[in-house]
Design a binder for this molecule. Structure first.
Ligand code: FAD
Length: 403
């Protein structure tokens, strides 16, 4: 009986094993995860769960007994330490070896941490990647305490929103000229800056962290503009790196993460990869996406291809972020945009439409689910309405789908 092994029991790993069974794979499936809990959703870790509005059990993607019911062997609290691709075996942290016929890597990513030389290893300095991180920092969120957030990407901004809602004093520093610079247009940065300022967050752009200070525990920070702050704790949200350590033993090709082809196959014919750790060909480059939508869709394609099919991965990117009462929804990929057009639906509902020449690439919709959905469907159908139609308040947006 064929044995498929999946390393990494997160969003992509859970989707992959479920798809294998849904597609009728009747061989042996083993899913191995380094964390002590069954696969769970990470997005609430910087949103509802951090706020205390969601119980841990609600994070789980499936009840734990679902795996046994579907004849999936789940090894938790178990790290895979190496892959022998020639013998098609893996070595577990328990010392056990497992043989595989096909192997998938869904190992996710690691948060970038600050170097110890600038105080990154002091107590009271946190990243938000897993449940253990969120649980460790939760007791710090007492009203009146001062948190410094380093990095103005989505995770930093979401953590800032949680902290502000809980009555903390929040300072956020972003080294780039503006928050969200890596991922969004200036219009979207402006929207979120204004939202945070309204909630009392002190956002400092074009200012980096020089160093954190304190003895054992962080008590202060020096910024690149010379400002000194007294703080109670710090949250680092400066991006992630793909978890690709296992590729060394397997000798796999790396290119912006674990390089895969359009089918999700790595440079080894029997090893596949999906999710945050994997890059795939997209418009002449190896693209890597860090989102739930990508983890699910890519994993489901890989599951089918592990079963011998040849289904190409064509990403249909979508993403969301919750900050205060604002729901941001993003469709498409704005890479290479040269113009942004704004459609205002109401005072607090607006959408930003990214174009490259005449092609609609992506939409950021703030409190505007209707235009998000229309934008998503237009992008997926390859339709690009003229920008003047998008910005015209009189346009019947739904009619564009029929055009
Ligand atoms: P993961 O879900 O990270 O799973 C990888 C798993 O592999 C981990 O459990 C890890 O422990 C395990 N592993 C790694 N190496 C080994 C090994 N050697 N042996 C065994 N196990 C191993 N995306 C959105 O679309 N919207 C959001 O709003 C959003 N918010 C987010 C908020 C936070 C705080 C975080 C951290 C992420 C957020 N994301 C969001 C991103 C999204 O959660 C990830 O893109 C998604 O989880 C990626 O899935 P994955 O399976 O590739 O990796």
């Amino acid at each position: 009986m064929a044995h498929f092994v999946v390393i990494g029991a997160g969003q992509a790993g859970a989707s992959l094993v479920a798809k294998l069974r849904a597609e009728g794979f009747d061989g042996q499936i083993t899913l191995i995860g380094a964390e002590p809990v069954p696969p769970y959703q990470r997005p609430p870790l910087s949103k509802a769960y951090l706020l205390g509005d969601m119980e841990q059990a609600r994070l789980y993607l499936r009840p734990q007994d679902w795996y046994a019911q579907n004849d999936i062997t789940l090894h938790l609290d178990t790290r895979v330490v190496s892959i022998d691709a020639t013998r098609k075996t893996i070595l577990l942290s328990s010392g056990e070896n497992l043989n595989y016929d096909e192997l998938a890597l869904t190992t996710g990513s690691h948060p970038r941490m600050l170097p110890a030389a600038i105080g990154g290893n002091l107590n009271g300095v946190y990243a938000v990647r897993d449940l253990k991180d969120a649980d460790a920092m939760a007791p710090e969120f007492g009203p009146g305490r001062h948190v410094l957030i380093i990095g103005g990407g989505y995770i930093g901004l979401e953590a800032a929103a949680v902290a502000a809602k809980k009555g903390l004093k929040v300072t956020l520093v972003e080294m780039a000229d503006r928050i969200l610079q890596r991922v969004a247009a200036p219009e979207t940065s402006d929207f979120f800056r204004a939202l945070h300022v309204k909630h009392g967050v002190d956002i400092r752009e074009a200012v980096g962290l020089e160093r954190l200070t304190g003895v054992e525990r962080v008590t202060g920070a020096v910024l690149t503009d010379g400002t000194e702050l007294e703080i109670d704790f710090a949250i680092v949200g400066v991006g992630i790196t793909p978890a690709s350590i296992l590729t060394e033993s397997a000798g796999l090709t790396l290119d912006n993460g674990i390089a895969t082809d359009e089918f999700g196959r790595t440079s080894d014919a029997h090893i596949w990869a999906a999710g945050d750790c994997a890059s795939f060909p997209y418009r002449g480059q190896q693209m890597r996406l860090e989102s739930v939508g990508n983890a699910i869709d890519q994993a489901e394609i890989v599951a089918q291809n592990m079963m011998g099919r040849s289904v190409s991965y064509l990403p249909k990117p979508w993403f969301w972020s919750d900050q205060y009462d604002c729901k941001l929804q993003i469709a498409g990929l704005n890479v290479g945009y040269d113009a942004v057009y704004v459609r205002k639906t109401a005072d607090d509902a607006v959408s930003h439409w990214y174009y490259r020449e005449d092609e609609l690439l992506a939409v950021d919709a703030m409190n505007d689910p209707r235009n998000y959905m229309i934008g998503k469907r237009l992008i997926e159908a390859g339709k690009s309405p003229a920008p003047s139609v998008i910005t015209d308040p009189a346009t019947d947006m739904k009619a564009l789908l029929r055009a």
